[in-house]
Design a protein around this ligand. Structure first.
Ligand code: SOE
Length: 382
């Protein structure tokens, strides 16, 4: 693993747990965790259960005793680390968004394609596909339970930037994060919307805004979410919020909202799909539930009903607890690890692949291009 902050901790939890819950064809060994600060990464190794701590990811990816590299760093190092790991014959899991630019993402997708011929696999970490309720929603759309798709509306709302005194951490600097709410939150909802819809966006119209343009400089490294003391100020070079509409290739229409200023909303991802035969709705704050409206039933006794997604025939659930015992955010990382280990054992490309990650990057670039032209409809480059 490279990186040891929030995603390092979340992925470590997934790797620690996956082999204890799922019957896997291969056993993941948590060999080495790598980071710049020797003391901090040593502490992370002890806390998260890694056998070794290192400070040189270039040496790590070259080691013969390492088979897979899990990239949990800010976006400005995803390409460099993934390209080196793929060239060194490793499998790769890379946190979202795949990269900070389309150019980087294209290089990563090409390298992953070449590596696949050598039996290597590469996945991008859009973990919300691996909530049992969203995986069930995907299954229901595939089964035709909502019929022809007409609308998708999806929001991802947080509020950790509402305080203008929150310091200028890496997530607020374009050179490190690539973009703001768009790449951090928007990437998740673009991937989830396309995954659930089973089709891609053809074009978007977008507005973005940076509400607070100067922030206090931080004086200590942080995971990008924690406020720290500061001296002096610097410019915010990323979006604080992005609102965009989109047209799918089928003609279905979508609306997206990603913001860090939805005061009171902590990690509120909500998605609804409306089809000719019914609708599905999911709310991350009620992540063991899926709302389903069967439009073919009687109006008298119809309406949305709540599916409690804890049955053994629901995705991933047979490995966990008896019906009614719910899961949480952290379990999506164990599911992600499970699916990756199976892909490695079977020598097939996992989903979402780097090609999927590149396509999301192209949507994000179209959103930024449209926003620069004041929401002029912008096709998504193929
Ligand atoms: C911060 O916005 C963040 O940690 C994202 O970076 C993660 O991808 C998301 O799962 C939770 O919120």
């Amino acid at each position: 693993m490279v990186g040891y902050a929030f995603m390092g901790a979340a992925h470590s939890q997934g790797w620690r747990t996956v082999g204890r819950v799922f019957d896997l064809p291969l056993r993941p060994d948590m060999a080495v965790i790598c980071g710049r600060d020797a003391d901090a990464v040593r502490a992370a190794a002890d806390r998260h259960g890694w056998a070794e701590a290192g400070t040189d990811w270039r040496a790590l990816v070259e080691r013969d005793d390492i088979d897979l590299v899990d990239i949990c760093t800010p976006g400005d190092s995803h390409a460099e680390i993934a390209l080196a790991a793929l060239a060194a014959g490793k499998h790769v899991l890379c946190e979202k968004p795949l990269a900070n630019t389309v150019t980087e993402a294209e290089a990563m997708a090409r390298a992953a394609q070449d590596a696949q011929a050598r039996g290597q696999v590469a996945m991008v970490g859009f973990n919300y596909r691996r909530v049992p309720a969203t995986a069930l929603a995907r299954r229901m759309v595939e089964e035709g339970r909502i019929g022809t798709l007409r609308h998708v509306r999806v929001v991802y709302l947080q509020d950790w930037l509402v305080d203008p005194q929150f310091p200028l951490t890496w997530r607020l600097r374009r050179e490190q994060a690539g973009s703001g709410s768009l790449g951090d939150l928007g990437a998740h909802i673009v991937d989830l919307a396309q995954y659930l819809a089973g089709e891609q966006l053809a074009g978007v119209s977008a507005l973005t805004e940076t509400f607070v343009k100067e922030r206090p400089l931080p004086t200590a490294p942080s995971s990008g979410l924690a406020a720290v003391s500061s001296a002096g100020t610097g410019p915010v070079t990323v979006d604080d919020a992005a609102l965009f509409t989109g047209r799918f290739t089928s003609g279905a229409l979508a609306s997206f909202e990603a913001t860090r200023y939805a005061t009171g909303r902590k990690n509120a991802l909500r998605i609804e799909l409306n089809g000719e035969r019914g609708s599905l709705a999911f709310d991350l704050e009620r992540l063991n539930e899926l709302e389903y409206h069967d439009g073919t039933g009687s109006a008298t006794h119809g309406g949305f009903r709540r599916i409690l997604v804890t049955e053994p025939d629901h995705p991933y659930l047979d490995a966990w607890w008896p019906p009614g015992h719910g899961l949480g955010y952290e379990h999506t990382f164990a599911h992600q690890a499970r699916d990756l280990v199976h892909a490695v054992a079977e020598g097939r490309s996992p989903e979402p692949s780097f090609a999927d990650g590149l396509q999301v990057q192209r949507v994000l670039a179209a959103v930024e291009e449209s926003a620069e032209k004041n929401a002029v409809y912008t096709p998504i480059a193929a």
